[in-house]
Design a protein around this ligand. Structure first.
Ligand SMILES: Nc1nc2c(ncn2[C@@H]2O[C@H](COP(=O)(O)OP(=O)(O)OP(=O)(O)O)[C@@H](O)[C@H]2O)c(=O)[nH]1
Ligand SMILES: [Mg+2]
Length: 296
């Protein structure tokens, strides 16, 4: 029997959803940073095996929807959960007690969909001793009837085979929907913009990561050995943020550009020429019109 279906990966910010997605797909399809609220869009990563095709949807970690951007992220996550055949609910087993309230809100949300839910307890590498897992499993099994509760480490892949087995048996019967070689539903230029945003998020502090967006103005793929030519714009929300992103004598922008180019060269297995511009798009995160103008 062949199975195929949508598996939505959901959970609060920073628990490791995108890290797990990348591990399961075997390459980077979603960006990862140590800062919460990194993922903004729904991204589908596709894993094909002889008897199953998993369509994994990565989602933004939900949080208080204060701005139009956050409201849109919450809406994306909720829509992805309601589209799911199986929900892969994720939490960070090594996070402090205070995170329990957020997890509880989250469980209520996924439980409301009546979809089967598998719980992945991530970051067990940081749990010492391992006996600490038992009270966590107990906490969650009192909140909801999970189809399975599986401790994993998304960084190393520990436990992920078992997780995949559990998810597989819950997927509906059906043919593969994508060709075997398709790994993501997003075009390569989306990944290019995301990699630039990842490097920017890693290099800047405070509100900057939450105030910027990256658009690709032009993406040219001439015959090798000519490099791929990418022209991108970093949009800030306010005039005062522009000099921070550019840095003294352009140092910050050069650093972001170099790191993004290096990673894109690895992902594309080609030389890349990358040119970055910085622009102020006043308050783009605050209104739907602003979002529609900037987001891809
Ligand atoms: N120690 C450890 N760190 C992990 C593990 N999985 C993910 N991380 C780290 O946790 C941080 C957040 O990972 P992400 O994959 O971006 O988390 P996310 O859930 O997608 O976060 P949002 O997109 O903000 O909702 C990164 O620094 C990862 O390297 C793990 O198994 N062990
Ligand atoms: Mg993410």
């Amino acid at each position: 029997m062949h199975r195929c279906g949508i598996v939505t990966i959901a959970g609060r910010p920073n628990v490791g959803k995108s890290t797990l997605l990348n591990y399961m797909i075997g390459t980077k399809v979603a960006i990862v940073t140590p800062k919460p609220q990194t993922t903004r869009d729904r991204i589908t990563g596709i894993r094909t095996e002889p008897d199953v095709q998993y369509l994994f949807q990565d989602t933004p970690g939900l949080h208080k929807p204060m701005k139009a951007l956050n409201r849109r992220m919450v809406a994306e996550a909720k829509a992805a959960i309601s589209d799911a055949d199986v929900v892969l609910f994720m939490t960070d087993a090594a996070s402090p007690k205070e995170a329990e309230d957020l997890d509880r809100e989250w469980v209520a949300l996924v439980a409301g969909t009546s979809r089967p839910v598998v719980l992945a307890l991530n970051k067990v590498d940081r749990l010492d001793p391992k006996s600490l897992l038992l009270p966590i499993m107990d906490f969650f099994s009192r909140l909801h009837h999970f189809e399975a509760i599986i401790p994993i480490c998304a960084l190393t892949g520990d436990g992920v085979d078992r997780l995949l087995e559990e998810v597989k048996r819950l997927l509906p019967e059906g043919p593969a929907l994508y060709p075997e070689e398709t790994l993501s539903d997003r075009p390569i230029r989306f990944l290019a913009a995301e990699v630039i945003r990842e490097k920017l998020t890693l290099a800047t502090a405070k509100e900057i990561p939450y105030s910027v967006a990256v658009t690709i103005d032009d993406f040219q793929e001439p015959e090798p050995p000519e490099p791929v030519r990418i022209f991108a714009t970093i949009h800030c929300e306010r005039e005062s943020q522009k000099p921070i992103v550019i840095g003294r004598g352009g140092a910050m922008l050069r650093r972001i550009g170099t790191e993004a180019r290096r990673e894109l060269e690895l992902l594309l297995s080609r030389h890349v020429f990358l040119k970055l511009y910085v622009k102020v798009s006043e308050d783009w995160t605050r209104t739907d019109r602003g979002l529609d103008r900037i987001l891809m």
